[in-house]
Design a protein around this ligand. Structure first.
Ligand code: GDG
Length: 489
């Protein structure tokens, strides 16, 4: 088995300075970390990434944070300016909103692109320093789309077998992607990888459409599983690999005594009510205000829900240094206040709102204790909350209301109640439908979803990606062997 080198913008924890020489280590919250961490813990390998603090990285706290990780950690340092222009700038004010079809939220500041390339070069340096020829190099996500080109420009790529990439967020259709000032440069950069993985078939279609329209010299060879793009004498494979979760760990966690007890406590706090759960990072792509407006509409239009349902909305703080995220939080706060002000009674508060991260047992207790999960992103690469909810429904009961624009909808549509997150009336009706759904139907739907989430779990995802990469590597090794034989002659 080749050594696995995972490269992502963030490491699975954040170092925070709390004073001179005082550091705290906090586990990072987010889909990428939730998926990759169990894999590296099980297989071992190396994780290259940024520990979330600007400036020099303190050696001792880093060593302490990674001592028991089960894999090697290679940190990449970012200065404050790089953090602002690469991370908060190009990554999160250009690519993130654009790729979620929210082009009005973009800030196309031209300085951001330079910072993006510069920091991608830094990650390429880190890879070059620690990679060996047979390593499987797996670069992750939208922050690092320029890394393969940087490695090739440094001449390092020739010594490495294959460069692979997985995009965790959606890839937009041509009409939206073409608004990017660096549209061709970015696409060309991506085509320096040998294998490019997306979450869904729709993302692959969008990417191929952009390649066809913007890279006229590229030739696309349609295949059933992996598409082939021939470009500058190289072959790039493109496929969809829907990310999964560590199903057993969620299911076993949900069965534990602590979680059982906490979920009972949660239910006992709201006697006679069905509990609806929303849990997201603070992000405008997650559709939180639309969801709250839908809940308000449901209470207005369907009086039978009043006093009988409670929406528990957890919002995990994220990217709080970007001004738009502040405004966005204010909107959420106002909507929660409005709903609770209008509908609450002396014994019933319709929205329970937590602006913080729950610890793992608490999160699992919420999954286990809530009757309905309300997962309505405006657009989402996959959405792991939807899958984690299913894994924790150990009694096979529960309803998942899921946005048709979440990648997870492609796999979970046979069991979920699919909705358009922009249509607040339809969302409100979906709440009523979930509230009234008979147990037999709930169980039939949940069983279907649990089967998919169990089978297509995170280890299945990694294996299918590594297999696609390994087939390719074997092929190119044969080609390389053939070539060197010719040179020897
Ligand atoms: C990106 C893509 C794609 C949530 N609340 C708490 C908490 N969480 C954890 C969940 C879950 C993760 O955060 C969120 O993952 P998502 O997939 O829903 O969303 P993103 O962070 O945006 O992830 C996404 C993913 O990458 C993987 O490819 O699915 O589309 O945007 O794992 O468990 N964790 C804790 N407390 C909470 O309150 N500890």
């Amino acid at each position: 088995m080749n050594r696995l080198i995972v490269v992502s913008n963030r490491l699975p924890f954040a170092l925070d300075s709390t004073g001179e020489d005082l550091w705290t280590v906090t586990p990072a919250v987010g889909g990428l970390v939730s998926a990759i961490e169990p894999v590296l813990r099980e297989r071992g390998g190396t994780w290259i990434g940024w520990p979330g603090t600007a400036g020099e990285i303190p050696a001792e706290p880093l060593a302490k944070a990674t001592r028991h990780a089960g894999y090697k950690v290679v940190p990449v340092a970012l200065s404050e300016t790089e953090r602002d222009e690469f991370y908060y700038g190009y990554s999160n004010q250009v690519i993130w909103p654009l790729f979620h079809d929210l082009q009005n939220f973009c800030n196309f500041d031209p300085t951001y692109w330079q910072a993006y390339k510069q920091v991608n070069d830094r990650y390429a340096d880190a890879i070059a320093r620690c990679a060996q020829p047979d390593d499987f190099i797996w670069v992750h996500d939208y922050h690092l789309m320029y890394v393969a080109q940087a490695l090739r420009e440094q001449g390092v790529s020739r010594k490495l077998s294959e460069l692979t990439f997985f995009l965790h967020i959606p890839f937009p259709p041509y009409d939206i992607f073409s608004k990017l000032p660096q549209q061709q440069r970015l696409l060309r950069a991506l085509l320096h990888f040998d294998l490019i993985g997306f979450q869904t078939r729709r993302d692959v279609r969008n990417f191929i459409q952009c390649v066809r329209r913007l890279m006229l010299e590229a030739k696309v060879v349609p295949r059933r599983n992996l598409q082939l793009v021939r470009f500058e004498k190289r072959e790039i494979r493109v496929g969809h690999f829907p990310i999964g979760i560590d199903f057993d760990s969620f299911e076993n966690g949900a069965r534990s005594d602590t979680v059982a007890q906490r979920s009972q406590q949660l239910r006992a706090t709201f006697p006679g009510c069905q509990l609806i759960l929303g849990s997201d990072r603070l992000d405008y792509s997650k559709g939180i205000p639309e969801r709250l407006r839908a809940f308000r509409t449901a209470l207005e239009r369907h009086p039978e829900l009043r006093g009988r349902v409670v929406l528990i909305q957890v919002v995990v703080p994220s990217r709080v240094l970007i001004p738009r995220y502040h405004e966005f939080k204010d909107r959420i706060d106002r909507l929660v206040g409005d709903i609770n002000g209008r509908f609450s009674t002396s014994t019933w508060l319709p929205v329970q709102y937590h602006f913080r991260s729950l610890d793992r047992d608490d999160l699992l207790a919420h999954y286990r204790g809530c009757d309905i999960a309300f997962v309505t992103p405006l657009k989402d690469g996959m959405n792991l909350v939807a899958k984690e909810y299913c894994a924790c429904r150990i009694d096979n009961d529960g309803v998942l209301i899921l946005s048709q624009f979440a990648g997870a909808a492609e796999q979970l549509k046979p069991g979920a109640v699919l909705v358009n997150p922009y249509d607040v009336e339809q969302l409100g009706d979906a709440i009523l439908m979930a509230f009234r759904m008979r147990q037999a139907e709930r169980i039939a739907r949940m069983k279907r979803m649990r089967r998919v989430v169990r089978e297509e779990n995170v280890f299945w995802w990694v294996d299918s990606f590594l297999k696609a990469g390994a087939t390719m590597a074997a092929k190119s090794a044969r080609v390389l062997g053939h070539r060197s034989a010719r040179i020897a002659r």
